[in-house]
Design a protein around this ligand. Structure first.
Ligand SMILES: [Mn+2]
Length: 321
């Protein structure tokens, strides 16, 4: 069998924020595992790979640059968290590299992603997946432990509830529709929806019939983050999928469909900390950053902060005590 994982070489030969690289997936001993998932299921053969496929390594590189003077991001006081990233605790974070693509089999990378994610979830590590387009949560969510109901939280400008596009059922327009078919996902919250392209009338009706909790970006701006957090179940298991276009394009501009009115930094930060305290986040992904569209540095800065806020919040919520 072909190699499942590869890690594109980095200047310092280390993973995200210099966390150690671990490619031995049968011996995962970590609290948090970071995984690059560059490839979705594009609607056109020319999009294997696509612009978003470059993000895992570019984000590692950019975060690396931000972490100059190596331990700064990890050791210094982080005002987003009220202390250092890991709160001076013995928390082990690893970078598992990227899921590779097989040129001879256009769905093999989904099988690999699912297999890797299963190994990480079954090791009890929290999985942070870096996309890639919004197809990538489809194999990742299939790998979630199916013993207890899980609440899915999507932050996105779009519903992503298409059954298929051009006959493709596992592409970036369909992750939430596919999630709605997973028996262990018992409720869905869709936050930040706005603009055109957020699904046709039939997708909206399908989502409403399913019972999805639909919170438009304007609902959030009007009612506030706390109101949204109060709607979430207590003590549940959560999986969170974040489409970069759910955030406002002023802070995450490098996306294919920039749409005004998105979540600002303060809102996404409060949401991350609030969700993390509500229950246990088994994993989250950040997808749909298209670096070649420009303003990628601004996008990566917010992406790095978003991941660090999640890590710091999970540590402080006592997940790894
Ligand atoms: Mn999306």
């Amino acid at each position: 069998m072909a190699k499942i994982i590869s890690l594109t070489e980095h200047p310092k030969g280390k993973g995200f924020l210099n966390f150690p690289v671990c490619l031995d997936l049968d011996n995962i001993n970590a609290d948090i595992a970071i995984l690059g998932v560059p490839h979705g299921m594009p609607y056109d053969i020319k999009d294997y790979p696509n612009d978003q496929s470059t993000t895992p390594d570019l984000l590692r590189q950019n975060a690396q640059d931000a972490a100059w003077e190596e331990p700064r991001t990890i050791k210094h006081f982080d005002w987003d968290l009220g202390g250092p990233l890991l709160n001076n605790k013995d928390i082990k974070i690893i970078d598992c590299g990227n899921v590779t693509f097989d040129i001879n089999d256009p769905i093999e990378h989904y099988r690999r992603a699912e297999k890797v994610a299963k190994k990480i979830f079954s090791s009890n590590a929290t999985l942070i997946s870096i996309g890639g387009d919004h197809g990538i949560p489809i194999p990742i969510m299939r790998a979630l432990p199916d013993k207890r109901p899980i609440t899915l939280i999507q932050i996105d400008a779009h519903m992503d509830w298409r059954d298929e596009v051009n006959g493709i059922k596992e592409g970036y327009s369909s992750p939430i529709k596919r999630a709605s078919e997973l028996e262990f996902i018992d409720s869905i919250f869709q936050i930040g929806l706005r603009g055109v392209g957020s699904g046709r009338q039939e997708e909206v009706e399908d989502a409403i019939n399913y019972g999805s909790n639909i919170i438009s970006a304007y609902d959030l701006h009007k009612k506030g983050v706390n109101h949204i957090l109060e709607m979430l179940p207590e003590n549940d298991l959560f999986y969170v999928t974040i489409d970069a276009d759910g955030l406002d394009p002023t802070i995450m501009p490098s996306v294919n469909a920039p749409t005004p009115g998105g979540l600002n930094w303060t809102q996404i930060r409060e949401l991350i900390h609030g969700i993390t305290k509500k229950g246990r986040v088994l994993g989250f992904d950040l997808v749909e950053i298209s670096p070649s569209l420009g303003n990628e540095t601004m996008t990566f800065i917010h992406a790095e902060r978003l991941i660090c806020n999640f890590i710091g919040a999970m540590v402080r919520a006592g997940y790894y005590n």
